[in-house]
Design a protein. Structure first.
Lengths: 284, 311
């Protein structure tokens, strides 16, 4: 063997070498952040997923805006169907698919480690475990919010360009809040996926839970139609999120943008609390 | 130095590790031997805090591993062959681990080179063979240049050249004053590598002895004789302190006499011998004997049949 640190020179002698003293730099939170960033960065799937999420949002904005433009030019074209003609938010409807893609990326950031066994290497290096959760949340939030902000700005500008004379600028009333609210909501869905990844551990299970919460639960509550079901449904992630980037005043129990943001943060906090619990109680 | 004291891990009804106490000292290679399912891997996971013990305690260098300010420099461990994200390259995998402790990319290249993976460092770890995966695991264990190494079945999947490499690596690491704790279910492999051995079965420590002592204890003292005059020779050998058992019509197993003494008796009696050999102490048999009672199911013996390991 060649080249490990110090040669004690007594390998063949009778006297045992003095006990090895390990030295060098230790674990720190900034270093952990760097490691988690490397983890995300060095997986091709991160970039494929992220770009897919962005492309969906921007492409959908262009297509919807084109359709909306036709509608506005010739209101009689669709037999009097007024549809949603809000030029600010209607083109951003592609978020329905984008939220799933970002949520899955959040799930994979954790479940990918459990599926491959990487998680035991991670927790061996960080035996207190919780710093891993904090580092993942921070790094993922920064990456997802940045990407989603770029995507929602691009979607906004593309849609307004397609809308031509019907389009508005970023200076329009609510425009900045809608763009930032959408990016914030999408990033928070990613963080929700991340928490579900820690709680459920399996990719399929966590994605099922995410889809159930985002898409199935609102449908079930709507089908029930009772007043309490309607009340609860306002607080589901999908409706809370839509409140974050809504351009119309909150009516009939709808959450305000601030209320929607707070509700989404509480959903993410619940996922984080669940993650803290399983990380402290379960074996890796 | 690793010290376990009354270490116990229970999974539901099953006691995976049952009141285990031992000390693994620096400067030597300590083997951790036992059949599959004896609790070796669980014990190793308990040492590095991946699983939490039901009771008892275990320390690394006198402290709880979880409290270490630099875990990667304290303990280097190979626990599962592929504790690696399969989509990441070997180089990036090690960089991810190194980053947590501010270890340079230079050191990553050094350990990749050391384990012989420098040429495939950019390949996806998922495409690695079992042996390459083991080498990558050993690279990650060496990354922090730690004083304690814990390796779970490191030779699994390695070719003969790789096995010899691991053996020499372990010996040299121990010679540098490090604590080297290595598990195996192959007694013959341990006999070549370990200075001290801790044998476990069914979650309990069965033996905790220097390797030399275990080998000495394993000597069977049986001499096997092959002769057409088996019955006649058996009669001639019969005396106090000598046991003769007939194994097949022409084979005798004799204890209490040396091969030389038996040959002399045969010559005196003018009995033709076709074979006369002292039975080599079979470490595998000694090990099987030692752990037989502790096996969960006898069927396990099938899995434990020693594979020939080339030397």
């Amino acid at each position: 063997m060649t080249g490990t640190a110090t040669a004690s020179g007594s390998a063949t002698g009778k006297t045992p070498a003095p006990t090895w003293q390990s030295s060098g730099s230790g674990l720190s939170f900034p270093r952990l952040l760097r490691s988690e960033w490397l983890k995300l960065r060095t997986l091709r799937s991160t970039w494929i997923t992220l770009v897919a999420a962005m492309v969906v949002l921007v492409l959908a904005a262009g297509l919807i805006a084109n359709h909306l433009h036709g509608n506005l030019v010739d209101p009689g074209r669709f037999g009097g169907d007024r549809g949603d003609r809000d030029v600010l938010t209607t083109p951003l409807r592609g978020f329905g698919l984008t939220q799933l893609v970002v949520g899955v990326l959040g799930v994979l950031a954790v479940s990918g480690e459990y599926a491959t066994g990487m998680i035991s290497a991670t927790f061996m290096l960080v035996p207190k475990r919780l710093p891993v959760l904090w580092a993942k949340l921070l790094v993922f939030a920064a990456l997802a919010f940045t990407a989603m902000l770029v995507a929602s700005l691009a979607a906004f500008f593309l849609a307004q360009a397609v809308l031509g004379s019907y389009g508005v600028g970023l200076g329009a009333h609510h425009a900045v809040r809608v763009v930032f609210g959408l990016a914030g909501y999408l990033a928070l869905v990613g963080l929700l996926g991340l928490g579900l990844g820690f709680i459920v551990r399996s990719t399929a299970g966590a994605i099922a839970a995410l889809v159930g919460l985002l898409l199935v639960a609102p449908g079930i509550l709507a089908a029930l139609g009772t007043s309490w079901a309607t009340t609860i449904s306002h607080y589901l992630p999908l409706n809370a999120g839509q409140a974050m980037f809504s351009n119309t005043p909150a009516t009939g129990g709808d959450l305000t943008p601030g209320g929607g943001t707070l509700t989404m943060l509480l959903w993410v906090a619940a996922g984080v609390a669940g993650s803290v619990f399983v990380l402290q109680s379960r074996d890796a | 130095m690793i010290q376990a004291n009354g270490l116990t891990k229970r999974y539901g009804e099953k006691l995976a590790v049952d009141d285990v106490s031992f000390t693994v000292r620096p400067g030597i290679v300590t083997g951790f031997l036992g059949p599959n399912g004896a609790g070796k891997s669980t014990t190793m996971r308990l040492i590095v805090g991946l699983d939490r013990q039901t009771s008892g305690s275990v320390t690394v260098n006198g402290k709880d591993y979880r409290q270490s300010p630099a875990p990667l420099r304290e303990v280097g461990a190979l626990l599962e062959a592929k504790a690696v994200h399969s989509s990441r390259s070997a180089y990036n995998h090690l960089r991810v681990l190194a980053a947590t402790h501010g270890i340079s990319s230079q050191r990553v290249m050094t350990v990749l080179d050391l384990v012989g993976l420098a040429d495939v460092g950019r390949k996806r770890a998922g495409a690695f063979s079992l042996g390459m995966g083991q080498r990558l695991g050993i690279a990650s264990a060496l990354l922090g240049d730690p004083g304690v190494l814990i390796l779970d079945e490191p030779i699994n999947g390695l070719d003969p050249e790789g096995i010899r490499w691991v053996r020499e690596l372990l010996t040299s690491l121990a010679a540098e004053g490090r604590t080297v704790f290595v598990s195996s279910h192959l007694m013959s492999e341990m006999a070549l590598t370990a200075d001290h051995v801790i044998v476990v079965g069914r979650g309990r420590v069965i033996a905790d002895v220097p390797m030399q002592q275990l080998i000495a204890g394993a000597s069977s003292g049986v001499v096997r004789v092959q002769t057409p005059g088996a019955a006649q020779l058996a009669k001639a050998l019969a005396r106090d302190g000598v046991t003769v058992s007939q194994d097949g019509s022409e084979v005798l197993d004799v204890t209490g006499l040396s091969a030389g003494q038996i040959g002399q008796v045969a010559l005196d009696e003018r009995i033709v011998l076709h074979g006369l050999a002292a039975q080599e102490a079979s470490l595998e048999e000694a090990f099987m004997e030692m752990t037989r009672d502790s096996l969960d199911f006898h069927a396990h013996l099938q899995d434990e049949t020693p594979q020939e390991t080339a030397v």
